[in-house]
Write a protein that binds this ligand. Structure first.
Ligand SMILES: [Zn+2]
Length: 293
């Protein structure tokens, strides 16, 4: 295993101060990994990066993400890790790549030559780098979706092993029990042979953004509401009311809004177990696709 290469990918500056969510770089890197693994494409042309990665930044990035793929596409090459290369280009007044030039010339960028060489010699490294990027930047409930979106396919075992081993298994038990083994939003509580199924302990502040494995940073959520919560379609405010994003549409979006928006969550058995304000605020600001006043 090439520890050095993993460290270089691990050193990329991703979270800004205060756990601010900035998944632009990891999303572009995951897309580039998929392109190399699937088609041996070594150079990502700007128009592809824009059409493929920009929508992902909207989905997995913070609300009203202003930065487009232009930002990581050029900035990654300035990173000390030396993992990224970009074709020569003019810089605009603020030292960034100009979107017009990137589009006009359809610039090329991609992994640096020595990284490509390592991937060619040992293709297994591609999966390892991808798993590390996912683990450090996104909640586990979204890993599979992100891999599907960039077209990267890993063995299920590889994904599970790395991601699960770092988690505290007690967290799930403590959180589910605190919420009477029911979804805090819809009270879903199906059990089979005495065990809760399709019910999960969600981290309010993502584990990878420093959220602890504590009951006050947890919510018991059914798989659907967990995913919607991690995508920012839902959040919980200071008064423990559910907020539904205005981006949610469709018949089920209407149902979600009518049934749960501004209605209280099902509280845990003790007030000391309720979600703590700092984690709620983090989720409101960094993940929720809307504004909580
Ligand atoms: Zn639910």
């Amino acid at each position: 295993m090439d520890i050095d290469l993993l460290k270089r990918f691990g050193s990329i500056r991703i979270f800004a101060k205060g756990g601010k969510l900035a998944p632009h770089k990891p999303l572009l890197l995951l897309y580039a990994l998929a392109q190399f693994k699937n088609e041996r494409i070594e150079r990502i042309v700007f128009s592809d990066a824009e059409s493929m990665v920009d929508p992902l930044i909207q989905t997995y990035g913070p609300f009203n993400a202003k930065t487009s793929v232009t930002y990581p596409y050029a900035r990654l090459a300035n990173d000390k890790s030396g993992i990224w290369w970009i074709e020569k280009h003019e810089k605009n007044a603020s030292g960034d790549l100009s979107l017009a030039e990137a589009r006009d010339r359809d610039l090329k960028a991609g992994f640096s030559e020595d990284v490509l060489r390592k991937f060619r010699e040992n293709p297994k490294l591609i999966d390892l780098v991808a798993i590390n990027l996912l683990d450090r930047n996104f909640p586990p409930s979204l890993h599979r979706d992100i891999l599907d979106a960039v077209g990267l396919y890993l063995g299920q075992d590889e994904l599970e092993v790395v991601i699960r081993k770092k988690r505290d298994p007690r967290f799930r038990g403590i959180v589910l029990s605190a919420y009477y083994e029911q979804c805090a939003i819809c009270k879903y509580d199906i059990k089979m042979n005495g065990a809760a199924v399709a019910l999960e302990a969600a981290h309010i502040q993502m584990h990878s953004a420093g959220g602890p494995d504590e009951v006050t940073n947890g919510l018991a959520l059914c798989v659907i509401h967990h995913k919607l919560f991690d995508l920012g379609a839902l959040t919980v405010d200071d008064d423990m009311n559910v907020r539904v994003s205005e981006r949610v549409v469709g018949d089920w979006g209407r149902k979600l809004n009518d049934e749960f928006h501004e209605r209280p969550i099902a509280l845990p058995r003790s007030t000391s177990m309720a979600p703590a304000p700092q984690y709620i605020h983090w989720h409101n600001r960094q993940v929720f696709k809307g504004v909580v006043r």
